[in-house]
Design a protein around this ligand. Structure first.
Ligand code: AMP
Length: 587
């Protein structure tokens, strides 16, 4: 157990739950978790004022899990949510935290999902049911959902449920639950209709509200961008490329795992970046900070805990990749920039569901957070061209170009040679490493980045979404021009492909490494633009040169001895184990 689990242990959570939290990489409880977990473990009713993004799901899921009797297969916990998306998310959260609870079962039920499958699963027995009010009522009426064994009922986003007209359904469901059950209600506001439910159905509920302390933050420009979760990485790289005054930046994420994941992805895109989490020893932490001070690193991806007290005047930008779960954390974060009399910029990514947190932060800091348009692909390209011009102009004024003039002159001596054409060809060669134009298929454009998905999230919500493989189609084998001699690992290949195309790691099949090339299986019938992007994508400084293999070629590319290394499907970028290092920017 690490020091970070101690803060969760102090709330009274069991070893099994602590182990799961260590796995998901949470470093410390959010304010709402610290306030809610102890009374919920004691069985109190609870009325919590909390918005999405504050960590409220874990605040009720963890104590609920701890109080379960795993031997009893009748539903012990019912969670009502306003939408099916939230039902699925909450069920996934339960699953994540229950990783160490053998035999645990959670079932999401919502309208529009096949009734037969739900009935079968309800019959099989489940500990927790998460559902929308309408479908839950249906099951209670059909007696397919029995509530005799129910111990806890959670109303999540109660204000949303009321707003959507579920008030009578919620009342009805509450009346059909056994007396003596624990009732937990979370709502972003405590308006009168919510209080009425509380008065009617709850016993001396504890009221939890996280008071935001007001603070002033000076010298920092605050902006926010609305970005759908799967597109955050794309948005981040666009911001990093286009922010004019960016010197060094600290990028805040919520979990230790995410620090490593995002740092790896940025490194693959050529940035000098390191991950900073509470897991690093003091010596390593200091080394990373020194490297940032000296300009050997430009970006740090950190958790709140790890960045506490960090004082590096070079930090011109704080990027809140994940929203902080309370205003205090926000204020600490943005205090990492605008130091030593310099000005700083803080950029906050919010998903559409997290928009409400903005108001909370604005009230706490008494400052407006201005909306910021995400840089478009054209803006990224413009910026690359501007940088290129600067570099050319600088070379003209400050480099000794005598030898190169000779080379150009000899080129120009060719008959019919045109200086402009020669210069254009040289510009083309110079930008090959870092193209001035973005290929058309490289990610969606601005409007798509901001939009949240309407479909339920996939099991890997942090992964960019893009083309999905044809269902059930056989994978196609491709050859790529990087191999063992280039020090490439399957992880590099999966990471690059997933990053560049938005394909999920799961849809990438077997990877076999050979000395100077490799083979990789991808979904069939990929669009030509994606294949083109992959042809040019670079791994270990080499273009992949991806091309489909014929059946004969594929058969020959089988190793005579032993099986080559296989990439672990579904885990393109392996977190953990990576030592922060100072790699120079490949610019
Ligand atoms: P919620 O407000 O429940 O929707 O949670 C928002 C996000 O915060 C989810 O992605 C959680 O996985 C994450 N989260 C919740 N609690 C913590 C914590 N203590 N540390 C880091 N991340 C957390």
């Amino acid at each position: 157990m690490t020091a970070s689990t101690d803060s969760f242990r102090a709330l009274g959570l069991s070893d099994a739950l602590l182990a799961a939290l260590a796995d998901v990489g949470y470093e410390r409880p959010s304010a709402i978790q610290a306030a809610c977990i102890p009374p919920l473990l004691e069985g109190h009713d609870l009325l919590g004022e909390a918005q999405t993004g504050t960590g409220k799901t874990a605040a009720f899921a963890l104590p609920v899990l701890q109080r379960l009797d795993l031997a009893q297969r009748d539903p012990q916990v019912l969670v009502l949510t306003p939408t099916r998306e939230l039902a699925i998310q909450v069920a996934e959260a339960f699953q994540r935290y229950a990783r160490q609870l053998p035999g645990f079962h959670v079932l999401p039920v919502y309208g529009g999902q096949g009734m037969v499958a739900q009935l079968r699963q309800l019959q099989r027995g489940t500990h927790v049911v998460v559902g929308t009010p309408g479908r839950v009522m249906d099951h209670i009426n059909r007696k397919t959902l029995r509530l005799e064994g129910l111990r806890t009922l959670v109303l999540d986003e109660a204000d949303e449920m009321l707003r959507m007209g579920f008030v009578e359904d919620v009342d009805w469901i509450l009346e059909h639950t056994p007396a003596g059950r624990q009732v937990v209600l979370f709502s972003a506001t405590m308006a009168e209709p919510i209080r009425r439910i509380a008065r009617r159905h709850m016993r001396e509920p504890q009221e939890i509200r996280i008071q935001a302390r007001t603070t002033t933050v000076a010298a920092t420009v605050q902006k926010y961008c609305q970005v759908a979760a799967p597109h955050k990485l794309d948005a981040l790289t666009r911001v990093l490329e286009t922010e004019a005054s960016l010197d060094a930046a600290i990028i805040f994420v919520r979990t230790k795992t995410a620090t490593v994941e995002i740092a790896d992805k940025l490194e693959a895109r050529g940035y000098a970046v390191a991950a900073l989490s509470g897991d690093l020893t003091q010596t390593l932490r200091e080394r990373v900070i020194d490297q940032l001070k000296q300009g050997k690193l430009d970006l740090i991806v950190a958790t709140d805990v790890a960045a506490r007290g960090l004082d590096v005047p070079r930090i011109s930008h704080v990027i809140n990749f994940d929203v902080p779960y309370d205003t205090e954390a926000y204020v600490h974060r943005i205090g990492r920039t605008g130091r030593a009399g310099r000005s700083g910029t803080a950029i906050l990514f919010v998903t559409p569901r997290e928009r409400r947190l903005l108001g909370m932060i604005e009230r706490a800091t008494r400052q407006k957070i201005e909306p910021m348009a995400l840089p478009s692909r054209a803006a990224v390209a413009d910026r690359r061209v501007a940088l290129f011009r600067e570099q050319v102009e600088q070379a003209i004024t400050s480099e000794d170009l005598g030898f190169f003039r000779e080379v150009v002159r000899s080129l120009a001596d060719r008959e019919g040679a045109d200086l402009e054409e020669i210069a254009a060809a040289l510009a083309f060669l110079a930008q090959r490493e870092r193209p001035l134009q973005l290929p058309p298929a490289q990610g969606p454009d601005v409007a798509d980045l901001a939009r949240s998905q309407r479909t339920p999230p996939s099991r890997a919500p942090s992964r960019p979404v893009g083309p999905s493989p044809a269902p059930g189609g056989e994978l196609q084998r491709y050859r790529i021009e990087v191999g063992r001699h280039h020090q490439v690992s399957p992880k590099d290949i999966v990471g690059a492909i997933a990053n560049e195309t938005g394909l999920s790691g799961r849809s990438i099949g077997r990877i076999d490494l050979f000395d100077d090339y490799s083979t990789v299986e991808l979904p069939p019938q990929l669009p030509a633009e994606i294949l083109e992007v992959l042809r040019r994508t670079r791994v270990r400084q080499r273009p992949l040169g991806l091309r489909a293999m014929s059946a004969d070629e594929a058969a020959m590319a089988v190793k005579p001895m032993g099986r080559p290394k296989r990439a672990s499907a579904g885990k393109p970028v392996m977190p953990g184990g990576r030592k922060p290092g100072a790699k120079k920017k490949a610019r």
